[in-house]
Write a protein that binds this ligand. Structure first.
Ligand code: NAD
Length: 261
């Protein structure tokens, strides 16, 4: 079955993995709502390029996914434009690194709201439409940190484990409704989120950035190579297709062998 003519919301798609997923879906003929922060003119360029490169309709909605009313408005506007939302990719995410006893409360709250609670709120908003259509795909971009931990990332690890658990529960609830729900658990992907971590670690440890990449960032990833954005996007597209109709409630690793250890 082709995905042509379906409609998707991809949260956090003005950058990195989310943008790659929006592009890959558009390439399959899916109309997309892109979302996230950034410079208005740059975002308009991304949106317009999706339409001109792939011949689909693309909308931008600037909902802050920590705000339920803004999420609901995004889903209403998507439904008004496309008739329904068939595919939800919960991708927006942030990171902050600190030991637990020094972790700022506001950072903890922001990570839980952005990386975990938004997944619930976005899913809740699209689910009635998916149930009515008897078809839906929810793909949650968790992380290898949804399955295993690293020190100093307590909020992120807690949120991503939460996403994996939430996804399993959702899959059980929707198993007879033509809806699947899965988590994707990438290892390190070179995006602005990871570039920020590389810069911070280089400064904190007073070592060059290439040494941080080799000794810190890629240390847990046996392939010693970053995961490509396009590969995470291709897995997302696969999960949205008919061949994946029997895949639900899973946490699929794409991590260069990280969680095999
Ligand atoms: P990124 O920083 O490049 O992009 C994050 C996107 O989320 C941006 O578009 C940003 O504007 C948006 N965003 C942030 N807060 C938001 C909010 N409150 N409301 C709406 N949008 C918001 O990051 P990325 O590396 O592409 O990460 C995307 C997802 O993949 C995240 O959930 C991240 O945890 C996950 N992930 C990333 C990696 C990696 O190595 N890069 C690995 C595993 C999982």
């Amino acid at each position: 079955m082709s995905l042509k003519g379906k409609a998707a919301i991809v949260t956090g798609s003005t950058s990195g993995i989310g943008h790659g997923i929006a592009e890959a879906l558009a390439k399959e003929g899916v109309n997309v709502v892109i979302n996230g922060f950034g410079d208005a003119a740059e975002i308009e360029k991304l949106r317009a390029a999706l339409e001109s490169d792939y011949g689909v309709k693309a909308l931008y909605h600037g909902a802050d996914v920590t705000k339920t009313e803004e999420i609901n408005d995004m889903v209403s506007k998507a439904t008004a434009a496309f008739g329904r939302v068939d595919i939800l990719v919960n991708n927006a995410g942030i990171q902050f690194v600190s030991p637990v006893d020094q972790f700022p409360e506001a950072k903890w709250d922001a990570i839980i709201a952005t990386n975990l609670s938004s997944v619930f709120h976005c899913t809740k908003a699209v689910l009635p439409g998916m149930k009515a259509a008897k078809w839906g795909r929810v793909v949650n971009i968790a992380s290898a940190h949804g399955l295993v931990a690293s020190p100093n990332k307590s909020a992120y690890v807690a949120a991503k484990h939460g996403v994996v658990g939430f996804t399993k529960s959702l899959a059980l609830e929707t198993a007879r409704e033509g809806i699947t729900a899965n988590s994707i658990c990438p290892g390190y992907v070179m995006t602005p989120l990871v570039q920020g971590q590389i810069k911070d670690q280089a400064k904190a440890n007073n070592i060059p950035e290439n040494e941080v990449i080799e000794k810190v960032i890629l240390e847990p990833q046996p392939t010693k190579e970053f995961i490509e954005i396009a590969d995470v996007a291709a897995l997302t597209v696969y999960l949205c297709g008919d061949a994946a109709r029997g895949i639900t409630g899973t946490a699929l690793s794409i991590d260069g062998g990280w969680t095999a250890k």
